[in-house]
Write a protein that binds this ligand. Structure first.
Ligand code: ASP
Length: 309
């Protein structure tokens, strides 16, 4: 396959300039959506394939909506009703998809590095909609758009990423992206949910939530990813909430105008209190969901442009 294809498998596929380019396209698409401008002429006639072998609500719907807004015809390929369920190997399945020659492939997979393996077979750009605990680059991009809209230049901000960092692809992609752009990062997790090596240039690790969010402009909470945990790691939801749940009382440690983020799905009363999640001024959680569409439009538009001709 063509080695020169530009994919979005993880944040490392993007330079800082690429990131700024994608975010400025996202801002433009966001304005187009607000003004109900039809931009479906941009990629009319293209055919995209979405291939999600792991559950998704926000990511899958917003990718498909983004593609349709750009005029891309989408096919959703469902593993349960495919020949994978007849015993066809994953490799043969991917070779089949490659032979059908879509213009773009959007995928989610529970296995480590699956988009990288799939991209080797494909003659079109591959976009990672989340793989294992490793990468979720478009979530990081839409979070960046959300932070910039609320707080401006991220290189001037102190940002706390809090909770189940060990099992979170959102934490990894956000940390990689924000680190690249020079934000000051606080990686905040109880000891048993902190990866061995936080490994980011501008990051400091904290095991206390109160300490970790101190003076922060952004407090990003993460879901407890029980489906990726070994049993017994968490004694109970109540004890985790007591130890690491974000409440307004705790939020007082952050800056008075700090914003609250969460990629969803939320476990209310586990990592975040209802009143914080629904805070009408400081919670950006609904805005993150809404920003999924223009950000994914920007990613698709950028990738199709990079791979033109
Ligand atoms: N929706 C995000 C993901 O797919 C976050 C989560 O599931 O907690 O990784």
């Amino acid at each position: 396959m063509d080695k020169n294809i530009q994919h979005l498998r993880d944040i490392d596929d993007l330079s800082a300039d690429n990131i700024h380019d994608i975010i400025s396209r996202a801002e433009k698409f966001s304005a187009d959506l607000a003004q109900k401008n039809d931009v479906s002429h941009l990629h009319r006639g293209k055919v995209g394939l979405s291939f999600f072998i792991e559950n998704s609500t926000r990511t899958r719907i917003s990718f498909e909506m983004a593609a349709l807004r750009l005029g891309i015809n989408m096919i959703h390929w469902d593993s349960a009703s495919s020949s994978l369920s007849k015993g066809e190997s994953f490799e043969d399945t991917i070779e089949t998809l490659a032979a059908l020659a879509p213009d773009i492939l959007i995928m989610r997979h529970s296995e480590y590095n699956a988009p990288r393996s799939v991209a080797r077979f494909m003659g079109c750009p591959v976009v990672n909609g989340g793989d294992s605990y490793r990468a979720h680059p478009t979530q990081a991009l839409l979070d960046l758009l959300t932070i910039q809209q609320a707080k401006g230049d991220v290189s001037k901000l102190k940002i706390a990423i809090c909770g189940d960092i060990a099992h979170s692809r959102v934490a990894r992609s956000n940390a990689t992206l924000l680190d690249k752009l020079g934000a000051e990062l606080h990686m905040v997790a109880p000891e048993y949910l902190m990866p061995q090596d936080v490994g980011y240039k501008n990051a400091t690790a904290f095991t206390s939530l109160d300490e970790g969010i101190k003076g922060c402009d952004v407090v990003m909470m993460l879901r407890l990813q029980k489906e990726r945990m070994s049993q017994g790691l968490i004694t109970s939801d109540q004890s985790y909430f007591k130890e690491f749940g974000l409440t307004h009382a705790r939020l007082k440690h952050a800056k008075p105008d700090a914003i609250i983020m969460h990629p969803g799905p939320m476990n209310r009363g586990v990592e975040i209190d209802d009143a914080v999640a629904d805070d009408p001024v400081r919670s950006m959680i609904r805005r993150q969901v809404a920003n999924g569409v223009p950000t994914r439009m920007a990613v698709l538009d950028w990738l199709l442009e990079q791979n033109k001709g």
